[in-house]
Write a protein that binds this ligand. Structure first.
Ligand code: BGC
Length: 378
């Protein structure tokens, strides 16, 4: 009898510590479970709107920032729980040692975004976006500088609530080997940990936060990390007509989602012989909802195998040349898979070219709303 009682007590303690997932639920697990559905609010990442001579420091205008306050409130009202705020802090820090901040007004804007979002009850992901200015300023992505950026960002935000504010180390590392990125991330983690020991970090992998690259990688030593990846598959659908995604994408238009034999994609001249042409050839397979589910499940399997939480930080589709019906079917495919797999996420983006609104309005289109709701259908 006494032995049984002992067993019950030990078992209940184990359930409390390990939860139902079979492993200890740490801060990262618990906080990841609260991220739910999220949204990216772009603007503080738009470095290309600044001037290169000023290392883009002048790209964000304080007088334009205030209208984002309403957008943050609208994001919360629309039911999103988390906002990922991509910020090009790199533009506001000197290019050379001692790497002091050099644009206090811009930093105050970032502070306001974060405060407004928290006041609206949102969780906030502070995401270091484009620190390398797409390699247009050679010294910008010197690893020493990026580590220093994080020392300053962590100093600035160390007193925010670690239950609701997350630090994402670097958006879409690219033109960097797996090893070099791992080394850089380890340096950032070590430095940030000394300043902000309780905040959960969000870390992705090389090749643009690749899903495959995450699956092929090992987690870091720190237990308080959520791992992130981006999912813009199938790329020819999500980036049709997107000039910044390469010349071969720019002439793609009105692609059916999923594949339809009646609306077969014609390979434009600009895509002949390119990676895009291969993607078009694989489109029937790649746009099959079952195939996409399997891709997302593979990410979830990695998370379960390694006992670490994951977060899909960006997905969505460019609105300019795709019909809303096709975009909604695509969104539905991803959201319903995320719901079944219980993966928190952030749509790219609230008010830019990837928005969910009916054309010319700031209202989420009804079919997008249905797609979002498919997350809860399970
Ligand atoms: C980039 C944006 C781009 C989006 C989709 C983001 O990570 O910062 O500029 O629109 O990905 O391609």
């Amino acid at each position: 009898m006494r032995f049984d009682l002992f067993r019950v007590v030990v078992l209940s303690m184990m359930c409390f510590v390990f939860g139902t997932s079979g492993f200890a639920q740490g801060d990262a697990e618990r906080r990841a479970a609260k991220l739910g559905l999220g949204m990216n609010l772009s603007y503080l990442d738009n470095f290309w709107k600044g001037t290169k001579e000023k290392h883009f420091s002048d790209f964000a205008k304080p007088e334009e920032a205030a209208k984002r306050q309403k957008m943050l409130a609208d994001i919360a009202k629309a039911g999103f729980k988390t906002v990922r705020i991509p910020i090009c802090f790199s533009a506001w820090m000197e290019l050379k040692r001692p790497y002091e901040w050099d644009n206090p007004d811009a930093l105050k804007m970032a502070d306001s975004f974060i405060k407004w979002a928290l006041d609206d009850g949102l969780n906030v992901v502070i995401d270091l976006h484009h620190p390398e200015f797409d390699r247009s300023v050679p010294e910008a992505d010197n690893p020493e500088r990026i580590v220093n950026l994080w020392v300053r960002i962590a100093e600035r935000y160390k007193n925010t609530d670690p239950e609701r504010v997350f630090f994402e180390l670097r958006n879409e590392p690219h033109n960097i080997t797996a090893e070099a990125w791992r080394w850089q991330a380890e340096q950032i983690i070590k430095n940030v940990r000394e300043i902000a020991p309780k905040h959960t970090l969000i870390v992705g992998f090389h090749e643009w936060n690749g899903r495959k690259e995450m699956i092929e990688s090992k987690p870091f030593d720190d237990p308080n990390i959520i791992y992130t990846f981006h999912y813009y598959a199938p790329f020819v659908f999500t980036h049709q007509g997107a000039g910044w995604a390469g010349d071969s994408m720019k002439d793609l238009r009105d692609i059916a989602f999923p594949y339809s034999a009646d609306r077969k994609i014609k390979v434009p001249q600009s895509a002949k012989g390119t990676w895009t042409e291969n993607q078009i050839n694989d489109y029937k397979r790649d746009s099959d909802p079952k195939y996409m589910y399997a891709e997302l499940k593979a990410a979830k399997d990695w998370s379960l195998k390694n006992k670490v939480p994951i977060f899909l930080g960006e997905f969505g589709s460019f609105s300019q040349y795709a019909s809303m019906e096709d975009r909604c079917r695509h969104a539905d495919t991803v959201y319903s898979a995320l719901g079944k797999l219980d993966i928190p996420s952030a749509w790219w983006e609230w008010d830019g070219g990837f928005n969910m609104f009916d054309k010319g309005t700031d209202q989420i289109s009804p079919c997008m709303r249905k797609a979002i709701d498919s997350y809860f259908a399970k």
